[in-house]
Write a protein that binds this ligand. Structure first.
Ligand code: 13P
Length: 256
């Protein structure tokens, strides 16, 4: 892990379990995973299980530094919103963070930059760390619109945040064409997008907060490609889908 001492931003390796794992399966995962990452102090480790397994994961993660995150949140504290879960419910359940506006939420469940923005603000107000996802589709990249799309998502999702609020978020760049496809962005392509996002952060907020913003890469991250990705100074960690479901694979990514 040469070079890690010079990193000014502490890496975050986060697993997004999506709609996988029962409570029972989650407990089995932690029993295998915890000893494999017990010595890892070079990065923050986050696991985002489905809502129903959050409590089991919080319990199972006790005695470790592994943080538990949710995969989505609603912006109201309580109310007649059938099927939704509020920020304070997540905090009470033991979550520290929440993924917001994952591309699957955007593509399949009608998430917009506007709803993402309300969720980011509500999560911050409750003391949660939002992990805000942005990323272009293949058609958008091929049309040369990557930066335009990222800028729209960035500005819309982070509208009206104060610099102090902005300083508490984590971003994840997840090009849609690399998710679950086995087709990873090259480290260079990812780093270019991260650099662009950091530039937007400097323009919209402050240079200091832009410099401390952690931007994770997501999209077919595996034990075989994490080292190359993390060798890029612009890449501050990973948001891992499929490979985070297996304790040995996810531990190998954590211990890159
Ligand atoms: P995969 O790692 O399975 O491509 O998923 C990436 C992702 O969507 C993480 O949020």
């Amino acid at each position: 892990m040469a070079g890690d001492a010079s990193r000014m931003r502490k890496p975050v390796i986060a697993g997004n379990w999506k709609m996988y794992k029962t409570q029972h399966e989650a407990r089995d995962f932690f029993a295998a995973f915890k000893p494999l990452v017990a010595a890892a102090t070079h990065c923050e480790i986050v696991v985002a299980p489905p809502f129903t397994a959050i409590a089991a994961c919080v319990e199972a993660a006790k005695g470790s530094t592994i943080g538990i995150a949710a995969q989505d949140v609603y912006w109201a504290n309580e109310g007649a919103f059938t099927g939704e879960v509020s920020p304070r419910m997540l905090v009470e359940a033991g979550c520290r963070a929440v993924i917001i506006a994952h591309s699957e939420r955007r593509q399949l469940f009608g998430e917009t930059d506007e709803s993402a923005n309300r969720k980011v603000k509500a999560a911050l107000a409750a003391g949660l760390t939002p992990i805000l996802c942005v990323g272009e589709t293949l058609a958008e990249r091929e049309a040369g619109n990557t930066q335009k799309v990222l800028e729209k998502q960035f500005r819309g999702s982070l509208a009206a945040l104060t610099p102090a609020e902005f300083s508490r978020i984590i971003m994840a760049y997840e090009p849609v064409w690399a998710i679950g496809t086995g087709r990873t962005a090259t480290p260079e392509i990812a780093a270019e997008a991260h650099k662009f996002l950091r530039g937007l952060a400097a323009n919209s907020f402050t240079a200091e907060y832009a410099a401390s913003l952690r931007i994770l890469y997501g999209g077919s991250v595996k034990p075989e490609n994490i080292k190359g990705l993390m060798a890029q100074a612009e890449i501050d960690g990973a948001l891992v889908g499929g490979a985070s479901l297996d304790a040995a694979q996810f531990a190998a990514i954590v211990n890159y």
